[in-house]
Design a protein around this ligand. Sequence first.
Ligand code: DGL
Length: 303
Amino acid sequence: MTSDNRPIGIFDSGLGGLTSVRALEKCLPDENIIYFGDTGRVPYGTRSNETIIQYSMDDLAFLLRRNVKAVLVACGTVSSIALPTLSEMTDIPIVGVVEPACRNACKDALTDNGGIAGNIAIFGTQATAKNGAYTALIKKTNPAFNVSTVACPMFVPLAENGYIEKGNLITVEIAKEYVEKLREFKPSSLILGCTHYPILRPNIEIACEKVLGYVPKITDAGECAARSVKDMLAEKGRLCIKREEEYPKFYVSDETRNFTNIASAFLGRSIRSVTRINITGQAQEIPGSIRNISFNDDTENKE
Ligand code: DGL
């Protein structure tokens, strides 16, 4: 059996992608993981497509400098808007969250759980809702499915600021407002299309129970993508045999203290150390294509 001990790169606009790190660590405990959270520029979901593409090119460039063997784009917004551009930047596999999530939700949509079979709802950021990548893929899979997308702009600030404990009154109230938009639609399946949302899942479920009277089958987009990375690496014979001591490594683009405080809730355990880096312009510093370029990396400021 062949193997590949290079790390897997994961990035997100902030903390949300840590829910995918958690899922990846669960299904691939021996892998070396490098995580980048763009905490200095979060949120992405309220920004223009041009800005989201530019930011995510920087994020990917940063990870490519660390000689990763694959990248998980643990951000629904970036996966919806920038995946084709990012895939153009390199030959290594780039996995987004949209496709694996849609595949799972299409399976779940036929479940009889109180909702209408074939009705799939998506919770996502404003940019994700506007872009419609989830909807397009579901419709392509099965044109008979109905899709309803709800933009949930308050969820990311709630998650990033720690309004996450089960039953949090503010979070449940806001979740109820979003679920209210699905009252008539009655989804059988609900995609949490932003990787920040799984941390709010217990409160989203409470809101569903209160407003809809049932909880649809929930798809965690980041978790599905982590399983996809596992399958892809296994198929290519590129799994890692043994994790090295210094991994996982965490990088952010702002204050490290804020990150470590809340990150443990996303990750389900504490983080030993995190490094702050300057992300702006990472993609521009590289002349032409970043394909097959080897990088030197001494630009970090440890905090
Ligand atoms: N976690 C991100 C997503 O999956 C983005 C949230 C944001 O930055 O707005 O969409």
